[in-house]
Design a protein around this ligand. Structure first.
Ligand SMILES: [Zn+2]
Ligand SMILES: [Zn+2]
Length: 340
């Protein structure tokens, strides 16, 4: 099969690879669409310890079942050959304390497709049958490939406990930031501010009806305080994850408020912990998604709650290397690239 192989920093090439091995409890999917994730951009640059070359990346995908492993139906009786599906790519054990407590995202044995195992930047990908989700008839394969990033966003919503009366600041308008705006709106939140350095990303937020600030031109903290009688935001979502955005998130949140950290760019950042204590600020790490978040994301996409079509780009797999370069340097009004 053809696959896009990450072979070292900024080295991504189309190669001919053997078909994935199909163990009895897995299914073989013919990949339809596979999104490019921010974590894969950092992997591509060689900044991500999880992604070691040579590797077929790709974990946000949809496709059709090409072949069922001999025991696949014992693990997921709803599957059949030819079925349109997506998958939860964060494979968990299902038996440990985290898994049994409904926090499969924290399973110590978790393995991500496209990082620990070969992913979906290929014609075929092998997935454990229990991780596969059949698609409703009215959900397109394009939209189904957004299940994974939306599930991440819904996990952040669950932990952030959005309330319609909240004032919320969203820092960073990559795919997760843009999806967060729509999730907040669906939760009934009306007071939303966003910030991003990129004018195209700010324009996308504006077209969703959200005021988006340029942090180089506007004092974001002052804007937040002006809109909140000086109190600060009830919730701040950091969808970037560098020292400056983490610090800004703490500065912008109200006393007693919640900071949801979802961006993973920097390993360590300085945070004024005494300020957290004296102002009872809750810092919440939000990592990937549970199976409930995945099912919820599928339901939201099926119900048409998410607008992304104007900023969705579809490109053949062999154009992947060019799109990785473009996404790093500033791609314009593009929220998500789906490789097919
Ligand atoms: Zn992702
Ligand atoms: Zn587990």
């Amino acid at each position: 099969m053809k696959a896009l192989v990450y072979e070292g920093p900024r080295q991504l090439h189309m190669r001919e690879l053997p078909m994935p091995e199909l163990v009895p409890e897995a299914v073989l999917l013919r990949v339809a669409f596979s999104g490019i994730c921010g974590s894969e951009l950092s992997g591509y640059l060689g900044h991500n310890s999880l992604r070691k070359p040579p590797l077929v990346m790709g974990h946000e995908f949809s496709g059709e079942i090409a072949r069922l492993g001999d025991a696949a139906l014992e693990h997921n009786p709803s599957l059949r050959t030819g079925q349109r599906v997506t998958a939860n790519p964060l494979i968990y054990c299902g038996r440990c304390r985290a898994c049994l407590g409904g926090r499969q995202n924290l399973c110590a044995q978790r393995q991500l497709l496209g990082a620990h195992r070969p992913g979906s930047y290929a014609e075929f990908v092998a997935v454990p049958a229990r991780m596969v989700y059949p698609l409703p008839d009215n959900l397109s394969l394009e939209h189904a490939a957004l299940t994974e990033p939306l599930a991440c966003t819904l996990r952040a919503a669950q932990l952030g406990r959005y309330n319609p009366a909240d004032h919320v600041l969203v820092v960073g308008l990559g795919p997760i930031g843009l999806l967060s705006l729509q999730v907040l709106q669906a939760y009934g939140v009306r007071h939303i501010l966003a910030s991003d350095l990129d004018p195209d990303r700010r324009a996308m937020a504006q077209s969703l009806g959200v005021e988006a600030l340029d942090p180089h031109a506007t004092d974001v903290l002052r804007a937040v305080r002006e809109q909140t009688d000086g109190l600060g935001a009830d919730v701040v979502i950091d969808a970037v994850g560098v020292a400056s955005t983490r610090r800004q998130s703490v500065d912008a949140v109200a006393s007693g408020g919640r900071v949801v950290l979802i961006g993973l760019h920097e390993e360590e950042s300085a945070i004024p912990v005494n300020v957290l204590i004296r102002r009872e600020i809750q810092l919440l790490g939000s990592f990937s998604y549970t199976p409930n978040n995945v099912a919820e994301a599928l339901a939201w996409l099926t119900a048409g709650r998410i607008t992304i079509d104007p900023w969705l780009v579809k490109a053949p797999l062999h154009e992947g290397p060019a799109w990785f370069e473009r996404l790093i340097s500033g791609p314009g009004a593009v929220a998500k690239v789906l490789l097919s």
